[in-house]
Ligand binder design. Sequence first.
Ligand code: NOJ
Length: 743
Amino acid sequence: MMKFFSLPSLFFLLAIQATVAQDVKINKRVDSLMKLMTLEEKVGQLNQYSGSVVTGPVNDAKTNMLNDIKQGKVGSMLNVRGVKDTREIQAVALQSRLKIPLLFSLDVIHGYKTIFPVPLAEAASWDLDAIKSAAHIAAKEAAASGIHWTFAPMVDVGRDPRWGRVMEGAGEDTYLGSKIATARVKGFQGEQLGGLDAIMACAKHFAAYGAAIAGRDYNAVDLSNQQLWETYLPPFKAAADAGVATFMNSFNTINGIPATGNSYLQRNILKGKWNFGGFVVSDWGSIAEMVPWGFAENQKDAALKAITAGSDMDMESLAYKNNLVKLVNEGAVPIALVDDALKRILYQKFLLGLFDDPYKFSNLAREKKVMADVKHPQIAREVAEKSIVLLKNNGQLLPLTRDTKNIVVIGPLAHSRKDMEGGWIVASDTTKVTSLYEGLVAKAGKNVKFTYVEGCGINGMSTAGFASAVAAAKSADLVIMALGESAEMTGEAKSRTDIHLPGVQEDLFVAVKATGKPVVSVLMAGRPMIFNKVADQSDAIVYAWLLGEQAGHAIANVLYGDYNPSGKLPSTFPRSVGQIPLSYQTYNTGRPVTDPKDIRYKSGYIDELNSPRYAFGYGLSYTTFNYTNLKSSATTITLTPESTVQLSFTLTNTGKYAGAEVVQLYIRDLVSSVVRPVKELKDFQKVMLKAGESTTITFTIDKDKLSYFNQDLHWVAEPGAFSLMIGSASDDIRLSATLNLTQ
Ligand code: NOJ
């Protein structure tokens, strides 16, 4: 019988057929190449060296790098970039017996040449298309500059703002983090790997690196399997489902087993249950680091444990290079393990097209053209605007008008370019970055006078600059204060025990505020900070993170109302360090606090509230939104996969400005065999509305949204009542309903 297909499904079928055919072809080429390889050459492909830029402790044991490459003892280089350098080094690899091309990799974390907001800032946009396009532009630029592979996205859930690396992730939430992981992987990898605008992405750090005890980097992780599965693994699963080409394991132990030597994670879950077909690279030196951890006796033992556990490529520890051949020859490591790792790596090299043209991504003319694309800074500015979160706006002080003629901009970040870029900067041109002061001057025009006073350093204790700051404030109509962290204070190995505004910045704020002038605080950092006096006394507060090269323009556009802020916090902002770790996904406990003034025998603190300073999902707009008219298509849902309930409501822009609102759906399973948090984000939409406009928003509830990992780690939905909450923030629920799940 003849079958008819619609045009889209025909294209889809043809695309699947083409992928399968390509897969068969590549596997054949991999197999025939492997037949030619000696054991030494096979192990060589599992070895990754760093170029002269180092992003970890230097390994002194490395001998003659170029000679090793020529002998086929290196499969990949990190920290080499640019057409000229990658061509030169690739040429050396092509002198090896089998001429296997190298993979060039780099930490392209939030832009290559065009610098976008730090990843945590981008997460505050809740705008998946914007996040995807930022990753795609980064990929385009890197791919034009000889890079095949980025060590991004970092998909670690981070609930401890002391940990410096929260800057590199998508915040505290598993659902939002999973969506962003997918967007970033798709952005980096484009339509298809092998395209000239696509590089391999890397989901890191597998797994639970974000749960390092006390927020101290590289520390141990002590985690229930429940938490591992429900909080930390889903963004990795989302990245795998999105087709991410590689994973990176992590420095931490999980319940005593280093992630790098962890078979449960890498073999059972990743390559087993999730059927991940790409390869796993270790983190920098993490194979050899299993020795100081006390998990391996020596480097040889570490190599044995890592390859057994499923670490395919050794970044910089030389443990594979120095020991794997011996281990195979002695019979301790089956050759099948080396072959499996090798096959995964070679597959990606073929897929990228490197065997057909090893210099494919290293083309001078293309490099020049792509780097000069004027759309890239424009998009970076749009993403930066979307990432800004308005925390406070008393008396509608913002947006500013040009009637405020005399403005003083005070603070150590007011005129900084370098700090706007944030960490992990590789190929940027800092002279192209716009500081806040420059952005304001460019925006407001000649009729507004701006004065800049530094006031104090970011981290120092000197108050010598306070007097001139106060004097300038006294003669101004309005003060804009730019306070926060330097780019150097966040990222890897940048954990802090105290996340208050550093140095004497808060004292400077108090001194300036005492003049009685209206103060707009612009706070910049790669993490949530604590700034209670600024929060209490500022007239308006904008959280501007570290927004990248367009920071100054983006913030000025927001302050002057050319962009109406729409960002929402992707992380909880605590009131005090003692509350950390703090997430909106808290538990009710058996003794919940109902009245914060009475915590006797209740689950609270005698010296602090339980609530955060600013909640997950919070962020204001210059306009206001009303949520009304909640309708549910049914009050019960059954366990069948097809059963769904439509929850709809009317969203109205009730203010004077056009603006975007992120509407958030939270769910609580009221009674369950494993206690659930009081709220879990399960869906969201970012909706743009003109002033006065209304629209109907619909969320679809299905069995999946009601499911969780039970005690046996099975993904189940349990019959009973669920609370459905729709709101503008996790602590600002506007509409709610109850849904019953029946058999
Ligand atoms: C160590 C970091 O943990 C990892 O994220 C990074 O990709 C590597 N160094 C390479 O720079």
